[in-house]
Structures are given as structure tokens and as C-alpha cells.
Design a protein around this ligand. Structure first.
Ligand code: 5RP
Length: 231
């Protein structure tokens, strides 16, 4: 079985009837949506779901999962989401799939954020994966220049294969910061980034993962709970 699917299926086993659930975005989160959808169709589950992207909501709807508006819900019991990188302190880089803004809002409103990854995503230090930063399109070039000035690395605007700018579900641009090495001070970097006017959000998630599930190519799965200071 695909290691992402192994991790996803274990995460979905934590979902019970009556829960309000956040659904992440990306190929690993999609395995979780498939597994939850199958359970929903086979069991008598009462759920309320919110998706972090149109793509995930569309997939959930194919199983008849019941979605609610974010405005109608203040807390989520469990959110299941993927990540691009995770370190030993449960810090994450997310946003490879472009949904980092909604993913972070939903994570912040969630009691137990379960991050599901395959073993390739587990890193000694964050930063080999470009750090996505969501910015206002109106001022993207100005913001890009400020990011380069402040951090000394290029921030490439994400594009579609057509060359047009990639737009998030919230009509933002993404600038991918190419650190290509350990992120400097990951615990403080989000605050530093947000001093730049025009930055809406970044894909660095600190203190937002309560449980980590890692699927391995050999078929085994590992599960870790974040110490209270980290999650
Ligand atoms: C989307 C994300 C994804 O969780 C991340 O990109 C991992 O994707 P995948 O599961 O496809 O490897 O943050 O914004």
C-alpha cells in the first residue's frame, strides 16, 4: 500500500460520529478523504466537515460528506492534513498544494491536528522545500523585493504551466522562498515574515501539529504525539 495511504487510514480511524472535521489538501489528504468517504457511506456517522480547498471539498462531495461554512463552526475536533516537510519538533512547511492560508486557519481552530506524511517528508531541518508565502497580488513585486532584502534569498512567484500566475482559492499569489537549506530561526520566522506589509500568510506551521503519523514504504506506520509545548 502507498505509505501516504497507510498514514491516512490510521488518521481516519480517529474520527467518530458527532465530530466536526477539517479536511486538508494534497495527495496525502486526498487518501484521508477517500477513506473517510468510504466510512461515511458504510457506517452511520454524523459529521460536519470543512475543507481547506475547493479541490478537497469537491472530492468529499463525491462521497456525500456534509460540509459546513467556516462561519458556522468555531472549533474542529480533528483536522487531517499533509505536509511538505516536518522536523523533530513537529514544525512543518506546508503549501506545496497552494492551500496554506485556509490550512493554517483551520489548524489554528482545531483541537487535534493530525499531520500525515510518508517518510520522505521527515527532515532533520526545515528548508530544502521552498517556503510558500501568500501575498496580495496588488503589491506582489514590492513584497517580493522586501522578502529578498530581509531574508537574502529569492522568492519566486508560483506559476501555472501556461505561465500565468498561480492563484490560491482566496485569490492570492504565492511566492516560494528558495532557502534550499535550514530555515534561519524557524520559531521566529513567521513573525518576521509578517512584518512585511503585503504578506498574508506563510507555509511555516509552528505549534499547530498535535499528532504526526508517518507511513513507510515497507508498510509500517509510526505515530507520535507532540509534547504539549510543541503542539
Ligand atoms: C497543500 C499542502 C499539502 O499538505 C502538502 O503540499 C503535501 O502535499 P502532498 O500530500 O501531495 O505531498 O500543504 O497546501
Amino acid at each position: 500500500m502507498n505509505p501516504k495511504q497507510i498514514a491516512a487510514e490510521l488518521a481516519v480511524s480517529y474520527i467518530h460520529t458527532g465530530m466536526t472535521i477539517g479536511l486538508g489538501t494534497g495527495s496525502t489528504a486526498a487518501f484521508a478523504i477517500h477513506a473517510l468517504g468510504q466510512r461515511f457511506q458504510a457506517e452511520d456517522l454524523t459529521l460536519r466537515c470543512i475543507a481547506t480547498s475547493h479541490e478537497s471539498e469537491d472530492l468529499g462531495r463525491t462521497y456525500g460528506l456534509p460540509f459546513v461554512d467556516f462561519a458556522a463552526v468555531h472549533r474542529f475536533d480533528i483536522t487531517i492534513d499533509g505536509a511538505d516537510e516536518v522536523d523533530s519538533q513537529f514544525r512543518l512547511i506546508k503549501g506545496g498544494g497552494g492551500a496554506l492560508v485556509r490550512e493554517k486557519i483551520v489548524a489554528a481552530a482545531t483541537d487535534t491536528e493530525i499531520i500525515i506524511v510518508d517518510e520522505t517528508k521527515v527532515k532533520a531541518a526545515l528548508g530544502a522545500f521552498p517556503l510558500p508565502v501568500a501575498v496580495l497580488p496588488y503589491a506582489w513585486e514590492w513584497t517580493q523585493a522586501r522578502l529578498q532584502d530581509k531574508f537574502g534569498v529569492p522568492a519566486h512567484r508560483r506559476s501555472l504551466p501556461s505561465g500565468l500566475p498561480y492563484l490560491t482559492d482566496d485569490s492570492l499569489y504565492l511566492l516560494d522562498m528558495a532557502f534550499a537549506g535550514p530555515l534561519p530561526n524557524p520559531d521566529f520566522m513567521e513573525a518576521d515574515l509578517k512584518t512585511i506589509v503585503g504578506v498574508v500568510e506563510c507555509g511555516l506551521f509552528v505549534g499547530l501539529c498535535q499528532r504526526l503519523i508517518i507511513g513507510y514504504a515497507d508498510g509500517h506506520v509510526e505515530e507520535k504525539a507532540a509534547p504539549p509545548t510543541m503542539g
